[in-house]
Design a binder for this molecule. Structure first.
Ligand SMILES: *Cc1c(COP(=O)(O)O)cnc(C)c1O
Length: 370
C-alpha cells in the first residue's frame, strides 16, 4: 500500500489511524453485525455515535451549555443563506470581506438582507486582513471568515461588535487553534477540511439566536422552508430528517484523534511548528516566496510562488513543480487560479514529517531549477 502526502485544500487528508479504525469497523461496528453506513439513524446502535461526536466537539472546543451543536448538510455554502434567513430581524448585516468565501457569503446574503461591507482587502487581492477594531450599527449580525482558504490569511483578532451577534465561517481552521466560542453567536464549518469527510456541516449556535414560535422576537417568516430553519434541527437533535450518519461517525473518530493528540491547544502548538517549517524555508529561499506578509499568515493554508518575474517562465516552472512533486508523492500542490503558484494546505491531519519532507523536496527542486 502506498500513501501520499496530500496537501489538498479540501476534501483533505484524514489521520491514518482514523481511516484504519473506520476500515476495521466497516463490516461490523461494535458487534452489531452492521456497518455504520447501514444503520438506522434512529437505532440504539447509532445514537451513541452522534452523541459521542457532539460531546467530544463540546469538550474540545469548550462549547458553553447555552449553545447548540447542529450537524447539517448543504456545506458551509448553505449557511451563507441560512444565516440571513434565520437572523434577519431589522434587515441589515455587516460583512468583512477577506476573500472568495466571504465574498460568496455576502453575495448570497444580499438576496435576503441589506449588506454593509464594513471592510475589505479586495484592493490587494486579499493578501491581508483589514484592521477592524469595532463594528457598531443597526445590524442583525456581523459576519467574518476566520481563515481564508484560498488566499492563506488568518484573522487573529475579531472585532468588538458591542453585543451584535458575531457569525464566523471557520471552515478551514476550526480546531486548528483555540477559539473562545462565547464571543460568537454562530460558528460554522464544513467538515471536509479539519473535521472529517465531506457531507456534514457543523453549526455551533447560541440558543437565543434560534428563532421559533416561542422566541421573544417572534417566529420566522411562514414561507421559510422547514429544512432551512435552525429551530427545526435544534428541536430534533439534528435528527429532523436523516443526518449524514457516516460522516458524523468519521468526524467522531477525528475528534478522538485530536483528543489523543492533547486537544486543541496541543494541535495549535503542532500546527505552529508545522507552518514554521514551511514559512521559514520560504522566507530564506531566493527561489520560492510566500504570498502573505508575516502578520496575516494562515497556519492551515500556505500559498507560495517562485521569484521568477517573467510570467510565462513562472507558469512553466509552477507546472513542472506540481508535476514533479506529484511524482514524488506530494499531491494537490497547485495554487488556486486567483493567486497562482502553489498552495500547501496543512490541516490537523498533516504530520510534521510531511511538511519536512515537502521542504526537502523544494530545496532539491530549487537547486535543480534556480
Ligand atoms: C471550503 C470553504 C467553504 C465552502 O464549503 P462547502 O462545504 O463546500 O460549501 C466555505 N468557506 C470556507 C472558508 C471554506 O474554506
Amino acid at each position: 500500500m502506498k500513501r501520499v502526502y496530500n496537501f489538498s485544500a479540501g476534501p483533505s487528508m484524514l489521520p491514518q489511524e482514523v481511516l484504519e479504525k473506520a476500515a476495521a469497523e466497516i463490516l461490523d461496528f461494535n458487534g452489531t453485525g452492521q456497518s455504520v453506513m447501514e444503520m438506522s439513524h434512529r437505532s440504539k446502535a447509532y445514537k451513541p455515535i452522534i452523541d459521542k461526536t457532539e460531546a467530544l466537539l463540546r469538550e474540545l472546543m469548550n462549547i458553553p451549555a447555552n449553545y447548540k451543536v447542529l450537524f447539517l448538510q448543504g456545506g458551509a455554502s448553505l449557511q451563507f443563506a441560512m444565516i440571513p434567513l434565520n437572523l434577519k430581524k431589522k434587515g441589515k448585516a455587516a460583512y468583512i470581506d477577506t476573500g472568495v468565501w466571504s465574498g460568496k457569503a455576502l453575495k448570497e446574503a444580499k438576496k435576503w438582507i441589506e449588506v454593509d461591507v464594513v471592510a475589505s482587502s479586495k484592493d490587494k487581492t486579499y493578501n491581508y486582513i483589514p484592521k477592524v477594531d469595532k463594528v457598531t450599527g443597526d445590524y442583525d449580525y456581523v459576519h467574518v471568515t476566520s481563515n481564508n482558504t484560498i488566499f492563506g490569511t488568518l484573522m487573529n483578532t475579531f472585532p468588538d461588535t458591542a453585543g451584535i451577534p458575531l457569525v464566523c465561517d471557520a471552515s478551514s481552521n476550526i480546531l486548528s487553534e483555540p477559539m473562545d466560542v462565547s464571543k460568537f453567536g454562530i460558528i460554522y464549518a464544513g467538515a471536509q477540511k479539519n473535521l472529517g469527510p465531506a457531507g456534514v456541516t457543523v453549526v455551533i449556535i447560541r440558543e437565543d439566536l434560534i428563532r421559533g414560535p416561542e422566541h421573544p422576537q417572534g417566529d420566522l417568516p411562514a414561507d421559510l422552508a422547514t429544512m432551512l430553519r435552525y429551530d427545526t434541527h435544534a428541536a430534533e437533535g439534528s435528527m429532523y430528517n436523516t443526518p449524514p450518519c457516516y460522516s458524523i461517525y468519521v468526524m467522531g473518530l477525528v475528534l478522538e484523534f485530536v483528543k489523543k493528540m492533547g486537544g486543541v491547544p496541543a494541535m495549535a502548538k503542532l500546527n505552529g511548528e508545522k507552518a514554521a517549517v514551511l514559512y521559514d524555508y520560504l522566507d530564506s529561499s531566493s527561489f520560492f516566496k510566500a504570498t502573505v506578509a508575516k502578520e496575516f499568515r494562515s497556519i492551515m493554508n500556505i500559498p507560495f510562488v517562485t521569484t521568477i518575474t517573467d510570467a510565462e517562465k513562472a507558469e512553466a516552472i509552477n507546472k513542472k513543480f506540481v508535476a514533479e512533486a506529484e511524482a514524488a508523492g506530494f499531491v494537490n500542490l497547485a495554487g488556486h487560479r486567483l493567486v497562482g503558484g502553489m498552495r500547501a494546505s496543512i490541516y490537523n491531519a498533516m504530520p510534521i514529517d510531511g511538511v519536512k519532507a515537502l521542504v526537502e523536496f523544494m530545496k532539491a527542486f530549487e537547486k535543480n531549477n534556480a
